[in-house]
Design a protein around this ligand. Structure first.
Ligand code: IMP
Length: 501
C-alpha cells in the first residue's frame, strides 16, 4: 500500500525515472525498491555487471549486478525488464538467478531484451589487459563493459538473440574475435594467459595455446546459456512502448550522470549513456515518454570509484592513491587505521572516517570509494543537463557526527589557459557550473561555504518538520541553489527510514 505522501508525489505520473546525478553508488537500489510497490514494470536500460545494487529487506542484504532491483516484487506479478541498451554477461545473470532460486525468490516475470548486447570472454580480457598496460588507466570494474560497447558502435557486436541461433553466433563470434586476437598478439602472452585464469573467465576454460581463445569452448558455454535463458528473452521494446501511459513504469538508472559517456568526466567515464536519455533509449522509449525524473544526490558528501578528477576529494591525491591500492577493503582498512573520526583535522583521515561511517565500499569490486564534500558546481551541471525534476537526498544520517559541513559552491580554475570555443578560460577565473571534462575538472579548486553540522542521530525521524534546524538549513540551501525540490530525504538504509515531502 502506498502512503498518502508518496501517492501525492506520483499524481499524474505513469513513467518515473530514478537516476543518479553523481558518480554512482548513491543508493538507487533503495528507491527503486521503494517505488516498486507503485510500479507495474521495472526496467533498466544501460550498463551491465559493472553496476551493483544492495537492497536490505528484513535486515538481509541482497546484492545484484544485472537483475533489476524490482525482482524482489516478482511474486506480485511485476514485470522486470533488462533493456536493449545493456551489455549482458550471461554467466553473471545465471548466477544471480540461481541465488534467487536458492533464496526461494521467484523470477518468473524477468525479461531480457533480444537486442541487449552480449559480453563475451574477449571483452573481459581486453578490458583487463588495457587496465594493466595503459599508463593512465580508467580504473574500470573489469567486467568487459567498454569493449562490448565499442563493438556495438564498431558494428561487430553479438546480441542476446544470437544465443538462440548457433550458426549466426559462430559466424559473428569468428569475426569478432579476429581483431581482438590481432590486438592481444602484441601483448605479453603471459599477461593474457594469467588474466584468462580469472573466475569471470571460467578459470581458463576459454584459453587456447594455439589460437588464444578456444572458439569451441566459447560456443559450448554460450549455447548452454542460450538454453538456460530461453524463457526470459523477449522483444521488450514493444512491451514498454505499448505500456506507456497505460501501466506504471519505473526506469532504473545505472551508474550516474557524471559517468555517462556523453555527459560525464570524459574520458574517466563508463561506456554507456547513464543519463535519463540513455536510460529511456535503452529500454526502447523516447525521453518524452518519461513523466518525471528524480535525481539522486548523496548528501552532503560524494563518492567516486575508479580514477578521474574529483575536486572536493578529502585528501586529494593521497586518497585517490590509497583507494586505488590493490587489496584495500573494508576490513583491511579498519585493521590498518582503527576507528577514524568524521571530524579528523587531517582531510585524508576525515575521508577515511566518512567512508567508514557511511560504509562506502564497492558492491561490485569491494574497493574503498573515494570520498569528498558535496560539489554544487557539478550538481548544477548534472541537473541542468539531466532534465531533473526533483532531488532525492540520500545517506543524510552518515554525517550525523560531523561538527562542520562544507559545501563546494564554486571553483577556482588553476590550470593553463584553455579555449572553450571562442571563450578563453584563464588561470584564476571562477566557475559556478562545472565543465566536466577531465582535462578541465582536474584543475578546479573547490571554494567552500561552511555550515554547522546537526550533531544528533536522525535515523528515527520520519517528518521533515522534526529534522534538526542545522540540517533543514542545509537542505533548503541546496534546494534554492539548484532550483529543484528535495522530494525525498533518506535517513537510513531501511525502507522506513525515508521522509517524503
Ligand atoms: P567500467 O564501467 O567498468 O568500464 O568502468 C568505468 C568507470 O566507471 C570506472 O571508473 C568505474 O569505477 C566506474 N563505474 C562503473 N560502474 C560503476 C558503478 O556502478 N558505480 C560506481 N562507479 C562505477
Amino acid at each position: 500500500m502506498l502512503h498518502e505522501p508518496v501517492r501525492n508525489l506520483l499524481t499524474n505520473v505513469r513513467t518515473l525515472a530514478i537516476v543518479c546525478t553523481q558518480w554512482g553508488d548513491t543508493g538507487k537500489g533503495k528507491f527503486v525498491d521503494f517505488f516498486a510497490d507503485w510500479a507495474d514494470i521495472i526496467a533498466r536500460g544501460t550498463g551491465g555487471a559493472n553496476a551493483g545494487h544492495t537492497i536490505v529487506l528484513n535486515g538481509v542484504e541482497h546484492i545484484f549486478h544485472l537483475v533489476p532491483s524490482g525482482i524482489l516484487y516478482d511474486g506480485d506479478g511485476k514485470l522486470n525488464i533488462i533493456g536493449n541498451g545493456t551489455v549482458i554477461d550471461p554467466h553473471v545473470i545465471l548466477q544471480e538467478l540461481s541465488l534467487l532460486r536458492a533464496a526461494g525468490l521467484p523470477y518468473n516475470h524477468l525479461l531480457i531484451s533480444l537486442n541487449a548486447k552480449l559480453i563475451l570472454p574477449q571483452h573481459i580480457v581486453l578490458d583487463r589487459v588495457r587496465e594493466r598496460v595503459w599508463d593512465k588507466s580508467i580504473g574500470t570494474t573489469g567486467r568487459g563493459i567498454g569493449p562490448a560497447y565499442e563493438d556495438y558502435y564498431g558494428r561487430t557486436a553479438l546480441v542476446m538473440n544470437d544465443l538462440l541461433n548457433v550458426d549466426v553466433f559462430v559466424a559473428k563470434l569468428r569475426r569478432n574475435l579476429r581483431d581482438k586476437v590481432a590486438f592481444l598478439a602484441a601483448v605479453d602472452p603471459a599477461i593474457v594467459h594469467e588474466i584468462m585464469q580469472h573466475e569471470h573467465l571460467a578459470n581458463g576454460r576459454y584459453w587456447s595455446a594455439s589460437t588464444m581463445f578456444s572458439e569451441e569452448a566459447i560456443v559450448a558455454a554460450y549455447r548452454n546459456y542460450g538454453q538456460a535463458l530461453y524463457d526470459h528473452l523477449a522483444d521488450t521494446d514493444i512491451i514498454l512502448q505499448r505500456s506507456v501511459g497505460k501501466r506504471n513504469i519505473l526506469l532504473e538508472g545505472a551508474q550516474g550522470h557524471l559517468l555517462s559517456v556523453h555527459y560525464g568526466s570524459y574520458p574517466f567515464v563508463t561506456s554507456s549513456d547513464c543519463s535519463v536519455r540513455g536510460l529511456a533509449q535503452g529500454v526502447g522509449l523516447s525521453e518524452r515518454a518519461v513523466d518525471r525524473v528524480w535525481g539522486i544526490v548523496k548528501a552532503f558528501f560524494m563518492t567516486r570509484v575508479g580514477n578521474g578528477p574529483f575536486p572536493t576529494e578529502f585528501g586529494n591525491e593521497e586518497s585517490a592513491t590509497w583507494c586505488a591500492t590493490k587489496g584495500v577493503t573494508r576490513t583491511s582498512e579498519r585493521e590498518h587505521f582503527g576507528e577514524v573520526s568524521v571530524n579528523d583535522p587531517n582531510p585524508f583521515f576525515q575521508g577515511v572516517g566518512v567512508r567508514m561511517a557511511a560504509g562506502e565500499y564497492g558492491a561490485t569490486t569491494g574497493r574503498p570509494r573515494r570520498t569528498g564534500w558535496l560539489d554544487l558546481p557539478l550538481l548544477r551541471y548534472a541537473v541542468r543537463t539531466g532534465c531533473t525534476d526533483g532531488l532525492i537526498l540520500t545517506k543524510l544520517d552518515s554525517l550525523d557526527a560531523c561538527t562542520t559541513i562544507k559545501l563546494c559552491t564554486r571553483y577556482r580554475y588553476d590550470g593553463p589557459d584553455c579555449w572553450r570555443g571562442n571563450y578563453l578560460l584563464t588561470n584564476g577565473s571562477t566557475l559556478d557550473v562545472a565543465i566536466p571534462e577531465a582535462s578541465i575538472l582536474q584543475h578546479c579548486t573547490p571554494l567552500y561555504q561552511e555550515f554547522p553540522g546537526w550533531c544528533t542521530p536522525i535515523g528515527d525521524i520520519r517528518k521533515r518538520s522534526s529534522l534538526p534546524c542545522a540540517l533543514t538549513k542545509l537542505v533548503r540551501y541546496v534546494e534554492q541553489d539548484i532550483g529543484k525540490p528535495a522530494v525525498i530525504l533518506s535517513v537510513g538504509r531501511d525502507r522506513e527510514q525515508t521522509i517524503v515531502r
